[in-house]
Design a protein around this ligand. Sequence first.
Ligand code: SP5
Ligand code: ZN
Length: 342
Amino acid sequence: MRTWFSEDHRRHFAQAELSGGEFVTPYERPARVEYVRARLIERGLSDIRDPGPADMAPIAAIHDAGYLRFLASAYDDWKAAGLGGEVIAANVPTRGMRFDRIPQHIDGRVGYYAHASETAITGGTWAAALSSAASAQAAARDVMADARLAFALCRPPGHHATRDQYGGYCFLNNAAIAAQMLRDGGAERVAVLDVDFHHGNGTQNVFWDRGDVLLASLHGDPAHGYPYYVGYADETGIGDGAGTTLNLPMPPGTGWDTWSAALDRAMDAIAAHGAQALVLSLGVDAFKDDPISFFRLDSPDFSRMGERIARAGLPIVACLEGGYAIEAVGINTVNVLEGLLG
Ligand code: SP5
Ligand code: ZN
């Protein structure tokens, strides 16, 4: 198994995250991926390569052109407007307001393109997000060249980024970009399996009306956790995508028995879809000690997760998503990968 990883992830490290009425050091911080890299090497999975620059075409196929221009210049525009600190959305369009007008002022534009204000944009965010997408792209290319499994050690993560909104620590949807590349490379039917604790709202948004890419997401019930306003079981897709979204929300305290039964349902749906390749949105924040989540998986459960997913016999592009119990992120992530490898 090859891992793709860019040091440019370091260029995104916001000063603060707005968390429950306080500013805290962001949970999504650079050390997360260093623990994963160290654990990969410790376990002999040391083929770790830099992906080089991102290919913009597959990114533009997933994201809105205005959104990409916004991300590329948001920090400079913020500074040019005389604003201090980092870019944070303080105003957002809501019930009764206009969604068909994009403000000119950066303070208004940022709220148009954000769905959560915990996530700040820094001077290096765009470069880091591009480098993360580049890792997903390189992993997709490996699988198109017949690798069984390739790992994109992505940071920042991606699954909360919709076609035209960032939030939840995500800017570019790495998994969706990889899935699109697999489609363009000849796989007629692709599945995205999202095991991150949080609902894969961005991936759901991207493929909502498409029948070619199935999304199955296992996550904390949105009645109790982020992203709060999406991720319920009765969201199943529209048009050509009717029936190709499967949401499996679960309550606080969920452990392996309930979680693995949901995984069985997801794997059945992936088989029924006739998927020829799988993108795994690999977050490990379902871990019992995760500081922002409410499931109770233990480290050996992540090995079982990988073993169960491997039974589908599909080629897999795994993209790192969340996981904030920093020291355990490496162990849990590599447990899944070793389970996949068998
Ligand atoms: C990729 C990913 O896992 N994104 C998660 C985004 C979560 N955003 C909301 C975080 C809420 C943090 N609340 C802290 C409570 C601390 N006890
Ligand atoms: Zn998460």
